[in-house]
Design a protein around this ligand. Structure first.
Ligand code: ARG
Length: 458
């Protein structure tokens, strides 16, 4: 017996029942569904559709159903399609005909939007907490390794000397933007859809303002058709999450490379690596590879949603039921990936010796040497050409720039003085950089302190 089959002569084909069921994934919305129904029942009592006894019977019944589901006592069946139908039929079964009044002025179309908005508000809060936790771990790590010099890369070629603190803070700022993005997206999420009905609202004077207040939304949706066809808030959430995954994936990629024997800048904790079934010596960075791999699927979730919605006519179409799996998958994946990354950043060892060797055996100070010449009055382009020739010469001789003696340097430009050696010394470079946001000891220190205060505000 279905709750909607009044106009049907024939029974639903079992394969159609299986095909259209969403209960195996939307059951996770049961708490939100029940919370929404209780608020709806309170409202129906206020406007005289339910007596207070009927309302109480409905609300008690709903509470008992929540307990049943929590204990795994309610059996789910495809013939009841989704979580909304399961709860409503169980209610009618439990409390009798009074239960048949609950759905007054409501459609599953505004109901599902409500459930998902309530669910997302909670889950986004949890993701924010995990993100904050990771940001704190990154700050601690930056603090610990703020003096550790390392090469910074462009095109995977050694580019300029930086510190591990500055490097890891780059990820801090990416993820901080992600945190702010999550906060921004909550504005569009925080809108009450209930009361829009199937598509056009109701002739029953539903008190939407009361329900808004009761469920803690800041706003009420303004157009009933838009409300039941809108999944922008899901896309906003998955986009925000996909961006986090993108950042985690890039960080994973870095750490995978840095942990190779070729680099040996970092050593990942055993607890997050796995061995090979054949090669006894292997220690593989699977946790990070999986973060990188899962990022692909989350980005796929975003495109599933875009594709799902782009051709839909107004208003609700059943296609929209397919929004839940990508949404839930994206949320679950980011939660775990943030934890894994936090453990990794906290527990990995960094090899300062190796990173230092990579700095000293490079031509990276060529940039500062050029700046040295500029400060002595040489036009930048000329300085660039002079140092370029010196690099070529040093390369031929197999020595770093600082090993060229001053007389040889003067063959390239007469303005070179003994003070050039100090100027291109890596630690001095990190002391001398003056620009806001630069890789310099002071600037990294300043930003760590500033961002600690930011994190303490939560
Ligand atoms: N399970 C449905 C979904 O997730 C709920 C809305 C159903 N509405 C309808 N008119 N069949 O989209």
């Amino acid at each position: 017996m279905k709750l909607w089959d009044g106009r049907f002569k024939e029974k639903t084909d079992p394969i159609m029942e299986r095909f259209s069921a969403s209960i195996h994934f939307d059951w996770v919305l049961f708490r939100q569904d029940i919370e929404g129904s209780k608020a709806h029942a309170d409202m129906l009592e206020r406007i005289g559709i339910l007596t207070s006894e009927e309302r109480d019977a409905i609300k008690n019944g709903l509470d008992r159903i929540r307990e049943e589901i929590e204990k795994g006592e309610l059996t789910f069946t495809s013939s009841l399609e989704d979580i909304h139908m399961h709860i409503e039929s169980r209610l009618i079964e439990m409390i009798g005909d009074v239960g048949r009044k609950l759905h007054t002025g409501r459609s599953r179309n505004d109901q599902i939007s409500l459930d998902m908005r309530l669910f997302l508000k909670e889950r986004v809060g949890e993701i924010e907490n995990n993100l904050l936790n990771l940001l704190r771990i990154i700050i601690d790590r930056a603090q610990r390794d703020k003096e550790a010099i390392m090469p910074g890369y462009t095109h995977m070629q050694r580019a300029q000397v930086v510190t591990f603190g500055h490097y890891i803070m780059a990820y801090y700022f990416m993820l901080k933007r992600d945190l702010e993005r999550l906060k921004d997206m909550k504005k569009n999420l925080d809108v009450l859809p209930l009361g829009s009905g199937a598509i056009a609202g109701s002739t029953i004077p539903l008190d939407r303002e009361y329900v808004r207040e009761r469920l803690g939304f800041t706003d009420i949706s303004a157009n009933s058709m838009d409300t039941v066809s809108d999944r922008d808030f899901c896309l906003d959430a998955v986009y925000s999450v996909a961006m986090i995954m993108l950042h985690l994936s890039r960080l994973s990629e870095d750490l995978i490379i840095f942990s190779t024997q070729e680099f040996s800048f970092v050593s990942l904790p055993d607890s997050l690596c796995t061995g090979s079934s054949l090669m006894p010596h292997k220690k593989n960075p699977d946790s990070l590879e999986l973060v990188r791999g899962k990022a692909a699927r989350v980005i796929g979730d975003l495109f599933s949603l875009f594709t799902l919605l782009k051709g839909l006519p107004m208003t609700y179409n059943r296609d929209m039921q397919e929004d839940k799996e990508p949404l839930f998958h994206a949320l679950d994946t980011v939660m775990e990936s943030l934890v894994i990354m936090g453990l990794c950043i906290k527990e990995m060892d960094i090899n300062t010796q190796k990173m230092q060797e990579a700095v000293f055996s490079s031509y990276m100070p060529a940039v500062e040497m050029t700046e040295y010449l500029v400060l002595k009055g040489i036009p930048f382009r000329d300085a660039h050409a002079i140092v370029g020739k010196m690099v070529r010469e040093c390369e031929n001789r197999g020595i770093p720039l600082y090993k060229m003696d001053i007389d040889d340097m003067r063959l390239f430009s007469s303005v070179f003085d003994e003070d050039v050696y100090g100027y291109i010394e890596p630690d001095n470079i990190l002391r001398n950089r003056k620009t806001i946001g630069a890789a310099s000891f002071d600037e990294v220190e300043r930003l760590i302190e500033r961002e600690k205060a930011y994190l303490n505000s939560f």
